[in-house]
Design a protein around this ligand. Structure first.
Ligand SMILES: Nc1nc2c(c(=O)[nH]1)N[C@H]1C(S)=C(S)[C@@H](COP(=O)(O)OP(=O)(O)OC[C@H]3O[C@@H](n4cnc5c(=O)[nH]c(N)nc54)[C@H](O)[C@@H]3O)O[C@H]1N2
Ligand SMILES: Nc1nc2c(c(=O)[nH]1)N[C@H]1C(S)=C(S)[C@@H](COP(=O)(O)OP(=O)(O)OC[C@H]3O[C@@H](n4cnc5c(=O)[nH]c(N)nc54)[C@H](O)[C@@H]3O)O[C@H]1N2
Ligand code: SF4
Ligand SMILES: [Mo]
Length: 738
């Protein structure tokens, strides 16, 4: 695979240099922006409000948006630097085609479109419709997510559509649907502030959701007890009242043992259990043997700590339990989630003031993007593609015959496996970088090389796109209007600040033109983003994720509306379940029995150390965006191997020594960072880099049987010290080219 960079200089000559912002800071010429645009950060699920400064159709900086109720002006390092993407020299400014041996060359929209449509039709004719697949992502707005779902089913007519939330929120989604029949956090963030006990399980919120930390601090100011469950002493764990240093992959043993303690001490809400839940007896039967000695041995957490956590949780009057990928990225991610929910239901503390439960959604539109139909088994409104009534309703909204609606397709990693087996031959991707973000990525690379045709829509040339035949230059967050749904279920407005540069186009315009050329133009007749949203409202009507009563005007007026919102006069629902009417078929909240089982790969003599992976504050996901911004790179320039001093001593590893980390899938070399803030039997590597620096060369492709999420958080590795020190790091330029 050639890695010749895109010839940007020519395009910059053609379209003019990026003038508005100088990397040293400030404006060239007049210092007054043309306008300030209220919108939201393009990165994580907090969706902090921000005002973008626009000058000469470029984003030239930002101002805090003090009135936006969630973050009141506060931002994290990524939010502060995000505006630097828009003037970036790596920005793709025209369609590109790959020329074997030469890298990428600009091409015209006409040629790129014609070739793409020709290849889609050729592959589908030769191998069947499902042989052309689509992968999507939830950095996309609700409008684009909705349209991708419709595009794949109505224009491409393929069953094989899935999205990057498959690597992210699906374990939580599946668990929540089983227990509550609906997939959203129960309460909005302000209920956190007065909770008496807060459990944070498997989330490094100070680095991954920094602006949410403020809510935890406020709760602590009000006397809350904070319990953090993490194999690392993360920044939030350092301020916790109790840190439970769980051995990776053992959370359901911990929560099961805590449930047993609740039962033994009768710290239960019988009124709630009897009237509003089902499945309690089977669930407590499943943990009856989980005594403290077993729990200590299995989880690696001292039993006094487990007892203390259960007693604080059991006796509290108000509480909040939050979890994220630390417990969800497992081959038993759904079981981990259910074991948390069992603790919440046993104490009946949900859907009341200061009593809540939920997953912290990761990506910018991780919430809305998992509701409106770009999952392989889903239709808008969180409907089920295998349910005849749901199929009928959405077919009517889309104006198609129900029998033309494809069925359930493959999930993201299964799709890669099908490509590898030669069953899927063509791929279109938007907003997804699987070569960095999927596990066991040497296998992913082999699969990509087998594709007969691959077309990618992105604004930067990401690692996966380097395997594409054609790249369509799409739009940044600030270049198209739409809505996103924040991690607390608040639908907010993304306002367009500038138009896409050069020949880049809005993502939705690219999909609309493709749909037209594929002969489905009449189904994609949208005047603007609001028209797409209005169709989404109807499509979601009556579904569990009901947006029907939400309008652009209402969002602007109220700075967001919480779904479900079934009618225009409905105020929205910041707190779910106050009426105790759950969305399961019997209207009850369901306990689910969980029996502990081991991770798919455990340590042995050959691979004796546990490897876990995750994030750092200044980098975002596969790094395509944040590795291009110098100040964020300087904050954390390269992936480091976090290792405890005792383990380092055992191997004779020195600070910054290059250590080879080897698993059954692959190997890579990482500089050691010796820290006391990690378990002695575990090492941690952040995953935001590609190629030889990629943590996902090492991770395992085992999937949860229900959610199909990969087991990113635990596998077994070997450590081989090199005796060489890692080279010193040089400070970056403001714009880093990749
Ligand atoms: N800076 C930054 N912020 C982000 C992102 C980013 O890339 N960078 N991405 C966004 C997205 S999409 C997501 S999904 C979220 C993710 O947000 P988080 O889930 O908070 O992030 P991670 O770093 O993946 O994992 C969290 C913690 O899980 C711990 N952990 C590992 N194994 C286990 C285990 O077996 N049990 C338990 N209890 N804990 C374990 C790790 O030590 C880590 O501290 O962050 C969002 N915010
Ligand atoms: N080992 C390990 N692997 C992991 C994880 C882990 O904890 N450990 N975490 C997993 C998780 S939780 C997640 S969410 C995934 C994320 O993995 P990915 O979704 O692959 O990561 P992104 O970096 O978001 O890739 C998205 C691409 O979309 C582009 N993009 C962003 N916004 C837009 C847009 O509006 N329009 C268009 N056209 N393109 C856009 C970006 O430029 C980027 O190239 O990674 C997963 N992989
Ligand atoms: S916390 Fe999330 S949404 Fe807020 S500024 Fe940081 S990355 Fe952006
Ligand atoms: Mo994520």
């Amino acid at each position: 695979m050639s890695k010749i960079p895109v010839p940007h200089q020519k395009l910059i000559e053609k379209y003019g240099p990026h003038k508005a912002y100088t990397p040293k800071g400030g404006f060239e010429g007049s210092s007054e922006p043309d306008k300030l645009v209220k919108t939201h950060c393009c990165f994580c699920g907090m969706q902090c409000g921000i005002q973008l400064k626009v000058k000469d159709n470029k984003i030239a900086g930002f101002e805090p948006w003090m009135e936006f109720p969630f973050n009141e002006g506060r931002l994290c390092p990524k939010g502060v630097q995000r505006y630097l993407q828009n003037n970036h020299p790596d920005r793709i400014l025209s369609p590109l085609k790959r020329v074997e041996g030469k890298g990428f060359e600009p091409t015209s929209w006409e040629k790129a479109m014609t070739r793409t449509v020709h290849e889609i039709q050729r592959i589908q004719k030769e191998y069947g419709n499902d042989a052309f697949a689509m992968l999507s992502g939830v950095s996309l707005t609700n409008e684009k997510s909705y349209m991708v779902g419709k595009f794949a089913r109505v224009a491409l007519k393929t069953a094989n559509l899935d999205y990057n939330g498959r690597l992210c929120m699906v374990s939580a989604g599946a668990g929540n649907k089983k227990a509550f029949g609906l997939d959203r956090i129960s309460n909005n963030w302000s209920d956190l502030k007065h909770a008496e006990v807060i459990i944070i399980a498997g989330t490094n919120i100070s680095e991954t959701f920094p602006t949410l930390t403020h809510y935890i601090w406020e709760a602590r100011d009000h006397g809350a007890k904070l319990i953090v469950v993490d194999p690392r002493v993360t920044p939030i764990a350092r301020t916790a009242d109790l840190h439970l240093p769980v051995r990776p992959g053992r959370d359901s043993a911990l929560f099961g043992a805590m449930l047993k303690i609740l039962v033994d001490n009768d710290w239960l809400d019988h009124e709630f259990i009897d009237n509003y839940t089902s499945g309690f007896q089977e669930t407590i039967d499943a943990v009856k043997d989980y005594d403290l000695d077993w729990a200590e041995e299995t989880t690696g957490i001292p039993k006094e700590k487990i007892q203390q956590a259960a007693s604080w949780w059991g006796k509290a009057k108000t509480s909040f339990l939050l979890h994220a990928r630390g417990i969800e990225h497992h081959s038993k991610g759904v079981e981990n989630v259910l074991s948390c929910i069992n603790l919440v239901l046993a104490t009946g503390r949900i859907g009341k003031p200061y009593c809540g439960y939920g997953t912290i959604t990761g990506q910018g539109n991780g919430q809305g993007g998992r509701e409106h139909g770009h999952k392989c088994d889903q239709l808008p409104g969180n409907r089920d593609i295998t349910n005849p009534e749901h199929r009928k309703y959405i077919s009517e909204v889309w104006g198609i015959d129900e029998k033309d609606m494809p069925g359930k397709g493959l999930t993201a990693y299964e799709l890669i496996e099908a490509i590898h087996r030669g069953e899927v031959k063509g791929l279109i991707s938007i907003c997804f970088n699987p070569l960095v973000s999927l596990p066991n990525n040497n296998f992913v690379r082999e699969a990509l090389e087998k594709l007969e045709y691959y077309v990618c829509i992105d604004f930067f040339l990401n690692e996966t796109a380097r395997h594409a035949d054609i790249i369509f230059p799409g739009s940044l967050h600030e270049e198209e209007e739409g809505t996103v749904t924040t991690a607390e279920g608040r639908v907010v407005k993304i306002n367009q600040a500038i138009t896409p540069p050069g020949e880049a186009r809005k993502d939705s315009d690219i999909l609309i033109e493709l749909a037209q050329r594929l002969g489905a133009g009449d189904k994609f007749n949208y005047k603007n983003s609001e028209a797409i949203f209005n169709e989404l409202r109807v499509a979601s009507k009556g579904g569990t994720a009901d947006y029907f009563g939400i309008t652009y005007e209402k969002i602007e007026k109220n700075m967001g509306v919480f779904w479900p919102c079934p009618s225009e006069d409905h105020p929205g629902t910041p707190r779910l379940w106050e009426d105790r009417k759950f969305k399961t078929p019997d209207g009850k909240a369901h306990f689910n029995p969980v029996s502990y089982r081991e991770p798919s790969e455990v340590v042995d003599k050959e691979f004796p150390v546990v490897l876990t992976t995750g994030r750092v504050v200044s980098q975002y996901l596969s790094g395509t965006q944040t590795r291009r911004i110098g100040k964020l790179v300087d904050q954390y320039p390269e992936p480091l191997l976090e290792i405890h001093p005792k383990l380092a001593y055992q191997y004779g590893i020195q600070e910054r020594e290059l250590v080879k980390v080897k698993t059954r899938r692959g190997e890579g070399e990482f500089p050691a960072q010796i820290v006391e803030t990690i378990r002695e039997d575990t090492v941690f590597i952040p995953y935001h880099w590609g190629g030889k620096q990629s943590a996902n060369q090492l991770t395992i492709g085992t999937l949860d049987p229900v959610s199909k999420i990969p087991e990113f958080k635990v596998c077994a590795c070997q450590l081989i010290p090199s005796g060489k020190k890692a080279p010193d790091i040089k400070l970056s330029k403001a714009y880093q080219s990749l």
